[in-house]
Design a protein around this ligand. Structure first.
Ligand code: NAD
Length: 469
């Protein structure tokens, strides 16, 4: 595979080179990687028209055909995993091992949804009437994807959208379009024209989709600020929405844990994907009895972490994905010494958007390093004495995506987990996702869920069919 591959958008089953091209940058060295098509407003209209036209036949296609299509897309990802991993690493910056997680989870989620059952449920059947609950597809779904897990997140949305009988437009993030475009090129002949369309953009296509009367549902993953804009523009045509938004997850670490055993797990779950995960640990609440020892053990992990270019097999942590995000993290880092003590990292360097894994201890709430979502490798270590106090502080956030409790007492751990105001609550783990377990945000972390039957149902509308006897 060469970097000079010519990328195409997928519109109405055709591979389109596009009238406009845009550059994609490698975040590991800030060098130009390649050009790819940049969708124009005319491309958007064409894709929406194609998806609308394809919808009735796809909606009415036998379930078996839709199942086979999803398995065929999954096969295609598996067969081309190595190439896709390389594009993910080049455009996103993550190590190849992280890209391999995407190319293994993406087919797994497609296969999971391929086997879901959407047959009608009988609600009543007596001498008076027969009542059935049917789940109908919504129509055309716009899947809007962020830059932290470009391929797997596109597939989170593609799987349930297609199996439920919807057609789909996928809009990758402007800074990570390549793996998704390659997927489009690979599957162009596997899906009927118009059923899947892929529209790379320079940042202007999202609002065109969310305000469009031809789109029935928007499945959006991204920041809370953009989620609000999506919700506002969806109002006019009452588009159905799933919003997976930002998070500021707390981990509450009780002083009965084995510090040496738990510190590497906490570190990995805070810094995975260089801290650019909605559901990674962002605030660590550590009980006083182990606070100093845990801070030291985490700092040692940070010092041992190997940063670098993702194609280097030694690399554990890549750069921040783009300049805008890099500058946002730099700005927050500058404030760190005012609010706490930096015990590891604290520096940024280039070329590339590298930020050392940074830990700040003796820090409290009331500043952006703790109160805001940091989408980069900077984490706060907060001390607490009393468990009720820790729960209150963890919950005192507009976000409510995930949260975890770390303790050897599983009964107590579960009691605390159940008091967290978050869509996912874990004990002795974090960011533990699986296709059969729904996830979503409470409060300003989102609306609706993805994964599992509940996630599939978000791509359907209920129709009650009631027959008098
Ligand atoms: P972002 O909100 O800037 O962009 C996300 C996507 O929305 C991109 O494709 C972008 O082009 C598009 N977009 C931008 N403005 C739009 C608009 N007005 N209308 C429609 N679409 C628009 O987010 P990002 O910087 O790419 O990703 C980071 C954020 O995503 C973080 O806040 C993170 O927590 C969140 N995130 C959440 C989850 C989750 O499942 N809850 C998962 C991953 C990332």
């Amino acid at each position: 595979m060469q970097n000079n591959h010519k990328f195409h958008a997928l519109i109405n089953g055709e591979l389109v080179s596009g009238t406009q091209q845009m550059p994609v940058i490698n975040p590991s060295n800030e060098e130009f990687l390649t050009y790819c098509p940049q969708a124009t407003p005319e491309d958007v209209e064409r894709a929406i028209g194609a998806a609308r036209k394809a919808w009735p036949a796809w909606r009415d296609a036998p379930m078996e055909q839709r199942r086979q299509t999803l398995h065929a897309i999954a096969d295609c990802i598996e067969e081309n995993a190595e190439e896709l991993q390389r594009w993910i690493t080049l455009e996103q910056g993550k190590p190849l091992a992280g890209a391999a997680v995407e190319t293994s989870q993406a087919p797994a989620i497609l296969r999971y949804f391929a086997e879901m059952d959407l047959s009608p449920r009988t609600l009543q059947d007596d001498e008076r009437q027969r009542a059935e609950l049917h789940r109908r597809p919504l129509g055309v779904v716009a899947a809007i994807v962020p830059w932290n897990f470009p391929l797997v997140m596109a597939c989170y949305k593609l799987g349930p959208a297609l199996i439920a009988g919807n057609t789909c437009l996928i809009k990758p993030s402007p800074t990570t379009p390549l793996a998704t475009l390659r997927l489009g090129e690979m599957i162009a002949d596997l899906v009927p024209p118009g059923v899947v369309n892929i529209l790379p953009d320079g940042g202007d296509v999202g609002p065109l989709l969310t305000g469009h009367g031809g789109i029935n549902k928007v499945s959006f993953t991204g920041s809370t600020a953009t989620g609000r804009a999506v919700m506002r523009s969806a109002a006019d045509s009452l588009q159905r929405l799933t919003l997976e938004l930002g998070g500021n997850d707390a981990a509450i670490v009780l002083d009965d844990v084995d510090v040496d055993a738990v510190a590497p797990q906490l570190f990995a779950l805070a810094f995975v994907n260089s801290g650019q995960v909605c559901m990674s640990i962002k605030r660590l609440y550590i009980q006083s009895g182990i606070y100093d020892r845990m801070c030291d053990a985490l700092a040692e992990q940070a010092r041992d972490a190997k940063l670098g270019e993702g194609l280097d097999p030694e690399t554990q942590y890549g750069p921040v994905q783009n300049r805008q995000q890099f500058e946002a993290v730099q700005k927050l880092l500058e404030q760190a010494p005012q609010h706490g003590r930096v015990i590891a990292g604290g520096n940024t360097y280039g070329p590339g958007y590298f930020v050392e894994p940074t830990l700040i201890r003796d820090i409290e709430e009331g500043n952006p390093l703790v109160d805001e979502e940091i989408f980069g490798p900077v984490r706060s270590l907060l001390r607490f004495d009393d468990i009720d106090e820790a729960i209150a502080r963890a919950n005192n956030s507009p976000y409510g995506l995930g949260g975890s409790v770390w303790t050897q007492d599983l009964t107590l751990g579960k009691q605390i987990a159940c008091r967290l105001e978050s869509g996912s609550a874990w004990v002795n783990q974090h960011f533990a996702m699986a296709p059969h377990i729904p996830f979503g945000g409470h409060k300003q972390s989102g609306i609706g869920v993805e994964f599992a039957e509940a996630g599939l149902h978000e791509y359907t509308a209920i129709q009650s069919v009631v027959i008098a006897k």
